[in-house]
Design a protein around this ligand. Structure first.
Ligand SMILES: C[S@@+](CC[C@H](N)C(=O)[O-])C[C@H]1O[C@@H](n2cnc3c(N)ncnc32)[C@H](O)[C@@H]1O
Length: 358
């Protein structure tokens, strides 16, 4: 009886396809190699034991494959897996499945306790590329209200997207916007008109920024930052560079992320204030909250929306899949006092592409 059950094998195969689809052959190949090693009752098989009771959906939701790939990458970043590091940038020699499987087995034997401990926590990312999708929403809100923004992010993770107004956005042929001097360069494909920056009087800035997460990451703690970097796919250089630069910038502009459940926090902090527009926003986090918490936030937003006026408007900006989590995310905006809901864009889940169609 193996701990690498058919359900785990199916979840690994799905995750590998997803990584390849979203442009990381290295992570896809690595996950395939991990699965092969475990299937042959190698050193990785024993590490599968805590997940052996999960069905395929449970294994996918727990992102088991990503946990394993994350540990491998973390070990490479720490210099603990030189025979694996040669397959990662900057060396990036052609992937050799047998050599990688042997390197993974050595890592599992040498670092068994650390490996097992790493696997106990769910993966947590903070994808700064999502700021590219969000900034169009912030620009729309600012241009339409003519008011400064108070911004509130739920599920902020390390809070790197709370610094969205400190980044430079390069959308290729379409141009660039944001802070021209920023060390954080976010690249993406943009189709459709650019957000209405031209209607703004000055640079787009938030006058208040707050965030919460049920399990916040301290971007200034090297160990926690390492976990974030470990989950960023190593062969996606622009993502890796943007994350590293955003972590560096966070040392100068540390995001303040409260440890709190979003339901309670939204009730405490989001309310209209005259002379500003109060914006609740989030990216790729809605699915992680239970329905009662989602309902609590919806009713709070309806309540504060009913109190909103043209001098004290409220907005709710989301980058989330519309219904099914496997769907492509959309940027949507609900604005009060009218309460109107609009789709602003379709967007790649990492922000690599934004199809702006307000
Ligand atoms: C996939 S991550 C996305 C992080 C970030 N929004 C981004 O786009 O990079 C989802 C985040 O939601 C947080 N989360 C899950 N449930 C939550 C809750 N009930 N209240 C607040 N945060 C929550 C998790 O801790 C995690 O940091």
């Amino acid at each position: 009886m193996t701990d690498f059950t058919p359900a785990l094998a199916a979840a690994f195969a799905f995750q590998s396809r997803a990584c390849r689809y979203f442009g990381s052959d290295l992570t896809a190949n690595l996950i395939d190699a991990i699965a092969e090693e475990a299937r042959e009752q190698g050193a990785l098989a024993a590490l599968m034991a805590p997940f052996a009771a999960l069905d395929e959906q449970g294994a996918a939701q727990a992102a088991v494959a990503i946990r394993f790939a994350g540990f491998a990458h973390a070990s490479v970043l720490q210099g603990l897996a030189p025979d694996l590091a040669c397959f990662y940038p900057p060396v990036a020699q052609p992937f050799e499945p047998l050599a990688v499987r042997a390197a993974l087995a050595r890592l599992a034997r040498a670092e068994k306790m650390r490996f097992a401990h790493f696997l106990t926590s769910p993966p947590q990312t903070n994808e700064v590329g999502r700021s590219l999708a969000l900034i169009g929403g912030f620009a729309t809100i600012a241009a339409e209200t003519g008011l400064p923004l108070r911004t509130f992010e739920i599920g902020a993770s390390a809070g790197l997207n709370m610094n969205w107004d400190l980044y430079r956005y390069d959308v290729g042929m379409q141009g660039a916007f944001g802070d021209a001097a920023s060390p954080v360069q976010i690249h993406g494909d943009w189709s459709g008109p650019l957000p209405p920056f031209a209607k703004l009087n000055g640079p787009l800035k938030a006058i208040e920024k707050r965030g919460c997460d049920i399990s916040p990451i301290n971007a200034l703690d090297p160990e926690q930052a390492l976990r974030l970097r470990a989950y960023c796919w190593a062969d996606q250089a622009r993502r890796v560079d943007a994350l590293s630069a955003a972590l560096e910038l966070a040392k100068t502009y540390p995001p303040k992320v409260d440890m709190a459940d979003a339901g309670q926090w939204v009730e405490e902090v989001v309310y209209p204030v005259a002379g500003s527009v109060s914006v609740l926003y989030h990216s790729i986090m809605w699915q992680y909250m239970p329905e009662p918490t989602q309902a609590r936030i919806r009713s709070h937003m309806e309540r504060v929306g009913a109190q909103a006026t043209a001098e004290a408007p409220v907005a709710w900006l989301r980058l989330e899949p519309p219904t099914d989590v496997k769907q492509m995310p959309q940027v949507t905006l609900q604005s009060w006092p009218s309460g109107a809901v609009r789709k602003l864009a379709d967007a790649h889940p990492h922000g690599a592409m934004v199809a702006w169609a307000p």
